[in-house]
Design a protein around this ligand. Sequence first.
Ligand code: AMP
Ligand code: MG
Length: 508
Amino acid sequence: MKALRSRRTPISQSRDTEERHSHETLSGENASQHSTRSSSAGVFRLHLPRFARRILLRTTNLAYHRARRGIPFARDTPEQLYREESAVRGRPAMSYYQPMARSVLAKQKVLSFEDARRIVERHATRFEAPDPEIIALDGSEGRFLAETIVADRDLPPFPRAMRDGYAVRASDLTKLPARLKILGEIKAGGASSLHIKKGCAAAIMTGAPAPRGADAVVMVEHTSRVEDFVEILQAVRSGDNIVPTGAEARRGDYVLPAGVPISVAAIAAAASVGKDKVLVYRRPRVAILSTGDELVPVARIPTRNQIRNSNTHSLAAQVRMAGADPVLLPIAPDEKVRLRELILVGLRQDLLLLSGGVSVGRYDFVEPVLKKLGAKFFFTGALIQPGRPVVFGQVQGKYFFGLPGNPVSTMVTFELFARPMIEALSGANPRKLQFLRAKLKKSISRKPGLKRFLPGMLSGEFENTEVELAPWRGSGDLASTARTNCYVVVAADRETIKAGEWVPVLPR
Ligand code: AMP
Ligand code: MG
């Protein structure tokens, strides 16, 4: 560093001096003096517009300094130009090509959506199971099961009638109509000592145990009763409308494996085997840190050029819906020292989500600050829209996501990348992204190259599920997005999708 700096100083000084001379040369009174000097030295004077003179000047200056240091001039990637001009100036260059140069410096790992997602999924398998806790079955929906739930008895525990009707022997129904003697009636929950012999039947209700001797149930709709006899109008096969004992699960069989999300059906299954309490994984804690000098807390009145911090709150909701507890940090300014402090606070939680400050603007400090803390970056961009600058990495043993600050980008990138990580931290078995399909109402055209997740409205029913893009003013357009209910997914290689085509849709 020392060597570099000592080399830069004379260069920057000499450049400054030179630039001053050049400006003098090209403007005002001094120009005539200089022109005399120049012409006396035999130098040709060019009359160029001001911007062209600037570019020429800058290029010749760089060429001059490169020549002095023995660097061939042809090696000029934007990154090199940027580095070099910074070195020449002795401070970061402020030039028209700076944004490009920064993007080259910072965005080295821009992946396709599929590759980026795969990387997250791969890291998401590397966690040890979190600590478990026992909670009441009621209210456990959405949590992830930490125990295997087994059947405490055969399911069903008795041969269960599936229909209201008559328990019969199927072999009695070879000739129709068949006339059978009714031996009695069996209610759901009732015990039965009946034994169905040849030529006999018993009236039976749905959920009641089928009596001995009977091997099928005829639906009541296919019968006609005359006093103690029933006339059977339709044949059944042996086994029809009866679920045999233990057909759904044998005692000790597992009903639900650990790691599954507790769904409505899982609650019913757990309840059916007597679990009024369940062992679930502890909810991970996810730190949320929004960055930006323009942000004010929701309850504060913003000045004209400020906006309210909405990302912290939408992310908190998404974190909760993904099964974790959000930890809301104060807004970080676009300033490295405070940002670093807040990042360190965030890293005390299981996962850190940052919003904003990951683009290539001059005050986007999230990546440099994380880098300084020793972060590894698995990707620093994905070929998606919205959300291209999304960042995923690990620092001090914790994973983090740098989500772009535009509110819709923040939501989409959370859904696509942060959710699987949160689920893994919750002890969930890995899941793939699942899409619905819907018929596109109006043709859409987009430049290929980015996989797009565009806010849309899903409507229609049955086989006519339709979707339409919302009129949208880009990834900052919260008002329009809030009125939609899904994202229409457009593959990166598609330019036009015609009305009527079935497209994948990510419901919200
Ligand atoms: P950034 O990613 O920091 O360049 O921000 C991109 C855009 O999103 C800017 O217009 C920001 O003002 C806006 N933005 C950033 N963070 C938030 C936030 N927490 N809430 C609402 N808008 C935000
Ligand atoms: Mg910002």
